[in-house]
Design a protein around this ligand. Sequence first.
Ligand SMILES: [Zn+2]
Length: 325
Amino acid sequence: MRRLSSGKWPAVGRPQERCECTQLVFPELNLTIEGVSVAGVETWLRIPEWGLGIDTGRSPDSIVRCRHIALTHAHMDHAGGLGQILALRKLWSLGPCTVYAPAPSCADLASVVCAWQRLHGVEFDWSLVPMESGCEADIGGGRRLRALAADHVVPALGYAIVSHPRKLRPEFAGLDGDALRQLQEQGTEVTAPQRRVLLAASGDTLAGALERSTELQEADVLLHEATFLDERRTRDDAHKGGHTHLDELIERAQGIQARHFVPYHVSQIYSADEARRVLSQRIPPDLLNRTTALLPGERVAPAGYAGDWNTTGQFPTVRPSDLTR
Ligand SMILES: [Zn+2]
């Protein structure tokens, strides 16, 4: 995988518009992360190998295919697509879908989806699992979804995907195959399950979540939100929205043990190129070597938009009349 520090961008999909899907491939982990994440606009992640989606964004087909959808929180840019995803799963006979969400938001989410079912005249094939920090759910393939504490302006969670592969017990290291087989025949357990955090996503949160969950520190792949990246916005600006400033991740860089660090949920005030440049310049070298950001592609105006599209990193305000000119 190409790194930020190499000056090349690893997105497999050609990034053309700000919400075009980016795909990050981690071959040694047998893991792909597809996703879109622009703070306030749209965030979703999909791990196709696991049939798992984290957040729904605005209902991309990618998430429609997921049997398990973990919602970090119910802000529209993260969860607004849920109703349509369930409707499309029904239309395409994709079978049941299990949705996990912060427990305090479940009653409202259920009533919104129930209202959509009535409006749609169809019953969706879904179940809703209320989650709290520390809750785990089996998502198949020997993997468990674990909810992590998050501090946001509404009830929120991060998620870790944990597995327990069996590994040779340390006292038998160095024994050859025959010796191990003999021990097994005598009824000795030569292996023991070992906890491994395959991936963790912080969701929208203040930076303190990193200290609260060892899963965020230990994950093979850590996705952590980094809404603001430099002096254009202060830490206070980030905190007002319940978000993390890159300054705070840099301070915690030594605690990030992940093999791959994936900053995401970057604000739309940065173009993708700006974000890449700022991340490359500011993240300390040891962490930068392990960093692959999930950034949107180049920005293009919404279809039909005839106004000037500035390149300063600020999106113009698009009024409905602009779109039909
Ligand atoms: Zn949010």
